[in-house]
Ligand binder design. Structure first.
Ligand SMILES: Nc1ncnc2c1ncn2[C@@H]1O[C@H](COP(=O)(O)OP(=O)(O)OP(=O)(O)O)[C@@H](O)[C@H]1O
Ligand code: SF4
Ligand SMILES: [Mg+2]
Length: 330
């Protein structure tokens, strides 16, 4: 049994590295991530393109082998034998952005949803399990969908089929990589409402990867903000989105249409995981360092020389930033 003190999923010091091509330096796509997800909790993972969200999501499923660090599920470190991974994937399921890409166009809805049961040699009533999963994913009456093909469905219905395929094994955690990004705005809300209902009805935890901070606000209990391979701020959604502490989170929020004040446009090159700066990884683009505030707070030298380190993911809102730490007197 997982207690509140022991997270369902816990990631410590996780690093995933891709070799550089043609002698280029390696890409440190995930570079020291700390992250906890508790049972029944929805965590939104946000950050700009290329910051490592998908690589992190895949490594939680065991699809990327870490160069360092550990992923623990229910207290136990992940094992990477194919047998152990197969057992693990009953409990943790991945839902991808593009439902068309995840569904075989030649398979009926029934076969798509039953596939997981067959892989895992489900002993019970297959037809009932498929019907229950479709119904939980909001496709009712489920029998009406059994013999339909993906091209006969709307985008929202296809995503529901993908979610049903994940639910059929009764997992404890869904890892959803941009689950609504390819859908029309009108059906996004419905799919998000579905994820929230699954949490209430089944106690399902979820890590939802998204570019969209508004979506994070509507769905998540906690937010983790990722920058260049690292979670740089994490905390309850309300704390992080109304009182962001890391200059990167502040900049992300400042460009939302409803944000007060001037948008903060980040200077400098887009970040490159094969060239992570020394000191604070955000320093080349940090407005607080550029405008002298870090200097006035007496931390500018540390910004240049000292990595603010990884976040301890246990407590409330936390930011990997010398200036933010100075401001709260930590
Ligand atoms: N298989 C791979 N081989 C080499 N480099 C990779 C590989 N997969 C990802 N990368 C690099 O790792 C970094 C992180 O990529 P990732 O796809 O995890 O980012 P992301 O945050 O999911 O981006 P997006 O928001 O665009 O989906 C990028 O610089 C990417 O080019
Ligand atoms: S540690 Fe310094 S450079 Fe990094 S985000 Fe904080 S203020 Fe900016
Ligand atoms: Mg991605």
């Amino acid at each position: 049994m997982t207690t509140p003190a022991s997270p369902l999923l816990s990631v410590q010091g996780l690093r995933v590295v891709f070799p550089g091509r043609h002698g280029a330096p390696e890409a440190r796509a995930v570079d020291g991530v700390e992250l906890d997800i508790r049972a029944g909790e929805i965590v939104a993972l946000v950050g700009e393109s290329g910051c490592g969200k998908t690589t992190l999501a895949r490594s939680l499923l065991g699809l990327e082998r870490p160069a360092a660090g550990v992923v623990r599920f229910d207290g136990k470190p992940l094992e990477y034998s194919s047998r152990a991974l197969r057992a693990y994937r009953r409990r943790v399921q991945l839902v991808l952005q593009d439902p068309s890409g995840s569904l075989n166009p030649r398979h009926t809805v029934y076969d798509a949803v039953a596939e997981g049961l067959r892989i895992h040699r489900h002993a019970g009533d297959e037809r009932k399990a498929v019907a229950d999963a479709l119904s939980r994913a909001g496709l009712r009456p489920p029998e009406r969908f059994f013999l339909r093909y993906p091209h006969e469905l709307s985008g929202g219905q296809r995503q529901r089929v993908v979610i049903a395929g994940a639910l059929v094994l009764e997992p404890e955690l869904l890892v959803a990589d941009e689950p609504v990004a390819s859908l029309d705005a009108s059906v996004r809300g419905e799919i998000l409402a579905l994820l929230l209902r699954l949490r209430t009805e089944l106690g399902l935890a979820a890590l939802v990867v998204t570019h969209d901070l508004g979506l994070a606000w509507n769905i998540a209990d906690r937010v983790a903000v990722m920058y260049l391979g690292r979670i740089v701020e994490t905390g309850p959604v309300e704390a992080v989105l109304t009182a962001p502490r890391h200059p990167y989170t502040q900049a992300l929020l400042s460009v939302l249409p409803e944000a007060p004040g001037e948008p903060v446009v980040l200077a400098g090159e887009p970040p490159d995981p094969s060239r992570i700066p020394s000191g604070c990884r955000f320093r080349a683009r940090c407005p607080i360092l550029a405008n002298g505030e870090a200097d006035r707070a007496g931390v500018a030298d540390r910004c240049r020389a000292e990595d603010p380190g990884v976040l301890n993911a246990g407590g409330e809102s936390q930011a990997a930033c010398h200036w933010a730490a100075e401001r709260v007197g930590a």
